[in-house]
Design a protein around this ligand. Structure first.
Ligand code: ADP
Length: 431
């Protein structure tokens, strides 16, 4: 044991302990001697607290759940900002070798539980004053080897646990995809029938009540056709995203005129833009004559981006499509003067089923302001763009419905790709 000359005063002590009763007892005892006590109920929280508060001393229970006290000590000793903080083991573990293991892990002392309420404050002050318990050289070497072996064994057990958890997650994910796929296909058959009959009904109603502005049946039928159509779109989105997730999207590979695709998507939303006084502009020059890809899938992706620009821009706003070609790539930019997107959501919005804002406020329309969907449009767009060996990302300074900072979606596509290159986790062939 060695003691350096340093006198203790009120100190900040972090106590890492999973037992509530011990935490409150030690806190009360040390508070009564003027020390400030911070507590953490497990190893990871303890590491975070030590980094944040840099206490003068750490009291460590060795029998912590998940990450043992020895492992937490070793970790704290490897972090530059915490490596000099003295750590004292305070534990009920009293197996032979426990004290030695705690010391080789990096503790400077070992206090046994049950806590001796009369002695603890003085013991802590001794450690604050510089007391350091040490092992003899040969003992330290012997326990170092044993400790390293036990750490590796524990690491192996954790890796095995994680692998098993991963296998389970993959199995559940596959079940989810199979379920979505199967249910969507099952729903699609009757829906196709309903769509067919609804369209027959529409023709019949038009003929029967032609020229009668007060007839109600044609209005009901129109709404029926519209709703069934929307249901079909939703089902289509779910199927597309499930194909992307399971690697079953099969993009065709042929010559595509990007400008024509953009024009088609623009034409589809033009009347909605007019209804909502949104100006829509498209670059007329600078388009590549031809790229290689799947025109239908690219139309879906661009349609989703454009309908989002419309959905998240209030009436009277602006939507613009511009194009740049450079270094073998074409960059499409879809920009709006809408509500914008918070930076922490720039990646998340491309995940399946991720929606921002209050879903309760969503309407189901694809064109109304804040008309919500299932959070699949951008996941599909990303899947399609990545299947073309391209990239998609967004720029926006944040979401603000009063200042309307707007959003810029960028799509980068290779001009002359030889073949579709699957990105990691995305296969273009049937599996
Ligand atoms: P949805 O079909 O529900 O709109 P998306 O996957 O297309 O789903 O978009 C996910 C989320 O990203 C939306 O809930 C929306 O909040 C946000 N978002 C997408 N495009 C824009 C945009 N142009 N401006 C603001 N927010 C947007």
């Amino acid at each position: 044991m060695s003691i350096a000359a340093k006198s203790s005063g009120p100190a900040t002590i972090l106590y890492i302990e999973d037992d509530d009763a011990s935490r409150s007892l030690v806190t009360r005892l040390l508070n009564s001697t003027g020390h400030r006590v911070l507590t953490a109920a497990d190893g990871l929280a303890g590491i975070d607290a030590a980094r944040r508060h840099r206490p003068d001393l750490i009291l460590m229970d060795l029998k912590l759940p998940h990450l043992s006290g020895e492992a937490v000590t070793t970790r704290l000793k490897s972090i530059p900002s915490t490596q000099d903080i003295p750590i004292v083991a305070l534990t009920a573990q009293t197996l032979p070798g426990d004290r030695e293991r705690a010391l080789v892990a990096g503790c400077i002392g070992f206090i046994n539980k049950p806590i001796d309420v009369d002695r603890l404050p003085a013991q802590i002050d001794e450690f604050l004053d510089g007391r350091r318990d040490e092992l003899s050289e040969p003992l330290a070497r012997q326990f170092h080897v044993e400790y390293n072996r036990s750490l590796v064994a524990r690491l192996e057990a954790k890796v095995r646990q994680l692998e098993e958890a991963n296998r389970q997650l993959r199995r559940i994910d596959k079940m989810k995809n199979d379920f979505i796929n199967l249910t969507s296909h099952e729903v699609r058959t009757p829906l196709t029938l309903v769509q067919g009959y609804a369209s027959l009904l529409e023709d019949a109603a038009r003929t029967r009540w032609e020229g009668d502005p007060d007839a109600e049946i044609p209005m009901y039928v129109d709404s029926l056709v519209l709703s069934v159509g929307r249901l079909g779109e939703i089902l289509g989105e779910i199927l597309s995203v499930s194909r992307i997730a399971t690697g079953q999207l099969e993009p065709a590979h042929g010559p595509v005129r990007l400008k024509e695709i953009v024009d088609e998507a623009v034409a589809e939303i033009m009347s909605h833009c007019q209804d909502r006084q949104i100006s829509l502009s498209v670059d007329q020059a600078g388009w590549p004559p031809i790229i290689q890809g799947d025109g239908e899938l690219l139309l879906i992706a661009i349609r989703n981006l454009l309908s989002n620009a419309l959905k998240y821009t209030p009436d009277g706003g602006r939507v613009g499509v511009s194009v740049n070609t450079f270094e073998g790539n074409v960059e499409l930019i879809i920009e709006d003067s809408g509500i914008g997107i918070d930076p922490e959501e720039h990646q998340l919005i491309f995940e399946q089923f991720y929606v921002t804002g209050d879903v309760q406020l969503h309407s189901t329309s694809k064109t109304n302001f804040k008309g919500g969907g299932l959070g699949l449009g951008l996941a599909i767009a990303r899947g399609v763009i990545e299947a073309h060996a391209g990239k998609i990302w967004v720029q926006s300074s944040g979401r603000d419905e009063s200042t309307l900072p707007g959003s810029r979606f960028h799509v980068l596509l290779p001009l002359d790709q030889a073949l579709l290159i699957p990105s990691p986790g995305f296969q273009t062939s049937q599996t």
